[in-house]
Design a protein around this ligand. Structure first.
Ligand code: G6P
Length: 437
C-alpha cells in the first residue's frame, strides 16, 4: 500500500481512549503519514467527541504534524475511501455495561464486560451495529481494512468474518501487554520475547515463551504466583496457584481467573458492588475526571490518569498493526482472525486469537507447534461453542439460540439461571435489541 494521502476513520472517536490512539499515530507518523483522520461518533456522544476532538487537534499541533483532524456525526463521510476504519464503539454507553455487570450478579454469576453473561449482552447489542458499519465499508471503502477493538472483540470478529466481506482484524491489548510484562520480568527487550498463544480473545493460554531464544516457560510459571503487576487495571489481581500453573503447563491469560477462581472473583465482584459499584461505575468516575482534564485548553499531552483504564497499550497494538499493513512489514503480531485450521479442535470459520504474519494483504495465521491438550481444549471448545451460538442469536434475534448460548456457558450456573438472566437482559435492553422484538 503506497499512497500519499492516507485516510483513517475512527468510529467511536469520542471515546476517552482516543488521546492514546492519537499519541500512537503521532509517534509513528514517519512510518504512517496520516493526512486525514476522521473522528466520528453518534449524537449521544457529540459533547465527548467535541472535547476529545479539540484535545486531539492540540496534540497534533503541538507535535507540528500536518494531520488534519475532522470531527463528524456522518459515519459515511468518514468511511468513504478510508484506508483503515477502526471501531471502538460502546452501544448503550457505560450505563448498558453497568447493567450487563449487574444482571448476572443477581443470580450469583460473574458479571463482567466481556466474559460470561455480561459479554453475551454486549455482543447482542454490538454485533448488528458492527455489521451495519461493515455494509457501509463494503459500499464506500471496499479495499480498506477494518481494525476492530470493540468488545467482545472475539465475538465481533467472528460475526464480521461470517457475515461480511470486509477485510477485518480484531485487536486486543492483552497479548501486547503480557509480552511487555514478560520482558520486564526477564529484563529483556520486548523485541526479544517470543510467545505462542493458543485460544480465543480473553480466553487464551501462552504455551511457549522464549526470551532471547531461550525457552523460559517453566521459569515464568514458577515466578508467576508471587509476581506483582501481571494484571490489568480492570481485573482483581489474585495470584495464581503454583500447582495449577504447573499442572496446566501454560500461562493462562488474566481473564481465565474468572474460570479458574470463580468463587473468589464472584465474592470480589459482589463486595465491589456494595462499596464502589461495578467496574463500569468506577470507569464512569474515571471518565468524568478524564474529560475535565481533556477540556483544559493548556493540555496537549495524554494525561497519566488514562493509565487507570484496562485498555492501556491498545493504541500501541493498533498502531503496530496498521503500520505493518501499510508498510508490508511481514512481522508477527497476535490478533483475532479466522481460524482456517490453526487450532484443529475448532471449526475453520470461527475467530481465534493467535500469532499472525502481518503484511499488506492482512493477517495470516502462523501454524502452531503443538495443538492444545485436553486441559485447554475442553474449556476452549465449550466457550467457542457459546460464542458461535451467541453470534447466531445476535443476528437472528433467536430466543432459543440465545438460551442455548447462555446455558452452556461455564460461568452461568444452570439452565434456569440462564433463562432468568436472558429475560432480564432482553427486558433491560429492549431499545438496543430490536432483532428480538
Ligand atoms: C482490558 C481488555 C479490554 C477491555 C479493558 C476494559 O484491557 O483487554 O478488552 O476493554 O480491559 O478496561 P476498563 O478500564 O474499561 O474496565
Amino acid at each position: 500500500m503506497t499512497k500519499k494521502e492516507l485516510k483513517i476513520a475512527v468510529i467511536g472517536g469520542g471515546s476517552s481512549y482516543t488521546p492514546e490512539l492519537i499519541e500512537g499515530f503521532i509517534n509513528s507518523y514517519y512510518e504512517l503519514p496520516i493526512r486525514d483522520l476522521f473522528l466520528v461518533d453518534v449524537e449521544e456522544g457529540r459533547e465527548k467527541l467535541e472535547i476529545v476532538g479539540a484535545f486531539a487537534k492540540r496534540m497534533v499541533a503541538e507535535a507540528g504534524l500536518p494531520i488534519r483532524i475532522h470531527l463528524t456525526m456522518d459515519r459515511k463521510e468518514a468511511i468513504r475511501n478510508a484506508d483503515f476504519v477502526t471501531t471502538q464503539i460502546r452501544v448503550g454507553l457505560l450505563e448498558a455495561r453497568a447493567r450487563d455487570e449487574k444482571i448476572p450478579l443477581r443470580y450469583k454469576c460473574i458479571g463482567q464486560e466481556t466474559t460470561g453473561a455480561g459479554g453475551f449482552a454486549k455482543a447482542l447489542r454490538t454485533i448488528p451495529v458492527i455489521l451495519e458499519i461493515c455494509k457501509e465499508i463494503e459500499e464506500l471503502a471496499p479495499d480498506s481494512f477494518l481494525i476492530n477493538f470493540t468488545n467482545p472483540a472475539g465475538l465481533v470478529t467472528e460475526a464480521v468474518i461470517k457475515y461480511s466481506n470486509v477485510k477485518s482484524i480484531g485487536l486486543c491489548n492483552l497479548p501486547i501487554g503480557t509480552t511487555m510484562k514478560i520482558a520486564k520480568m526477564t529484563n529483556a527487550d520486548v523485541s526479544q520475547v517470543d510467545m505462542e498463544w493458543v485460544g480465543i480473545n480473553h480466553l487464551n493460554w501462552t504455551t511457549k515463551i522464549k526470551v532471547e531464544g531461550k525457552d523460559v516457560l517453566d521459569e515464568i510459571l514458577n515466578k508467576m504466583p508471587g509476581s506483582e503487576g501481571m494484571n490489568m487495571k480492570n481485573i482483581p489481581d489474585f495470584g495464581w496457584d503454583r500447582d495449577l500453573l504447573r499442572s496446566l503447563g501454560a500461562l493462562p491469560c488474566r481473564y481465565l481467573r474468572y474460570y479458574y477462581m470463580t468463587d473468589k472473583m464472584l465474592q470480589e465482584e459482589r463486595g465491589s458492588l456494595q462499596n464502589k459499584g461495578t467496574r463500569a461505575e468506577v470507569v464512569m468516575q474515571i471518565e468524568r475526571e478524564l474529560f475535565e482534564l481533556y477540556k483544559n485548553p493548556d493540555l496537549s499531552h495524554k494525561p497519566k490518569q488514562l493509565d487507570e483504564r484496562g485498555g492501556a497499550y491498545y493504541s500501541l497494538a493498533a498502531v503496530n498493526l496498521i503500520t505493518s499493513i501499510f508498510n508490508n512489514k511481514k512481522d508477527i503480531q497476535t490478533v483475532n482472525i479466522q481460524n482456517k485450521g490453526v487450532l484443529d479442535c475448532l471449526n475453520n470459520d470461527v475467530s481465534v486469537e493467535v500469532n499472525c504474519v502481518i503484511d499488506a494483504q492482512g493477517a495470516h495465521p502462523v501454524q502452531i507447534d503443538k495443538q492444545p491438550g485436553p486441559q485447554i481444549r475442553g474449556l476452549l471448545q465449550v466457550v467457542k461453542a457459546y460464542e458461535e451460538l451467541t453470534v447466531e442469536a445476535a443476528i437472528k434475534g433467536s430466543y432459543d439460540t440465545a438460551l442455548q448460548a447462555l446455558t452452556i456457558h461455564p460461568l452461568v450456573i444452570s439452565a434456569d439461571v440462564a433463562k432468568q438472566i436472558l429475560d432480564d437482559i432482553l427486558n433491560e435492553n429492549q431499545h438496543f435489541l430490536p432483532q428480538f422484538y
